[in-house]
Design a protein around this ligand. Sequence first.
Ligand code: SAM
Length: 287
Amino acid sequence: MRPFLKWAGGKTRIVDRIKEVLPDGRRLIEPFVGSGALFLNAEFPRYLLADANKDLINCYQQLQSGGGEYIGRCAAYFTPANNAADAYYALRDRFNATVDPLERAALFVYLNRHGYNGLCRYNSSGGFNVPFGRYAKPYFPKDEMVAFCRKAPRCTFQVAGFLQTMDAAEPGDVVYCDPPYVPLSSTANFTSYNADGFTMESQRALAAKAAEVARRGVPVIISNHDTPFTRTIYADAHDLIGFEVQRHISCDGANRAKAAELLAVFLGSPLPQHRSAAVTSPAEFSM
Ligand SMILES: C[S@@+](CC[C@H](N)C(=O)[O-])C[C@H]1O[C@@H](n2cnc3c(N)ncnc32)[C@H](O)[C@@H]1O
């Protein structure tokens, strides 16, 4: 199942890798759900899906409650006349002005498919400011929205910071965390700020919270770039699994064809004192 939204850092290409290490459980918790590539492809009785982005969660809640009616409302914006710069900027203004959650959610899908690179960016006053994307014929993801709808009755969606969501985890849950990536360049690793406002301190706080949640008996998987920094902050994990994925990284300057990904696996059991991470290849790893 493919997500219906384009989303930076979407995990569609590595879903199978994540599923190899994902334990079974009563409920899957995703504190950084984004476009939801993992939950759409992993079978759990229930899901707690959270993100700090209010528009994203509003969109999911409208789809959950509105179903086909909401999908029809989104589809109505996908016309040849609306695939033009002036129409896009008028609809972007309407999105920024409206206080109607349903209209905002329907326009969110239009902006996601007509805006530049499917980006979701806001200015300092909270206005959505992504420029027009100039696509020949933007795709309306009807089938993907219908598939999402089928899973939605088992889902709870919430706007929350990751610490709040992870504090809700109980034995029987499984947590998958896909935070904004740490920067790849080593110089950037020494600054405390990245473009998403997710700082290196946030990355450390997430790693510490994962270890704490695991000590409460809940397994936690975190994905991120494989860098010396991430290997250091995930040192309490039971396993660190590194692998390469084919990907275009435009912000990296050199347009590298492959990116090194890391999965940190914190098993849901008490950790021995001062245990350092074992590093295994995917073939050696088993749950
Ligand atoms: C890498 S994306 C997740 C990608 C997702 N797994 C997918 O397949 O599309 C990271 C997400 O973290 C969210 N986020 C950023 N800071 C956050 C925070 N402090 N708490 C919760 N979510 C946050 C962003 O809104 C974004 O959706």
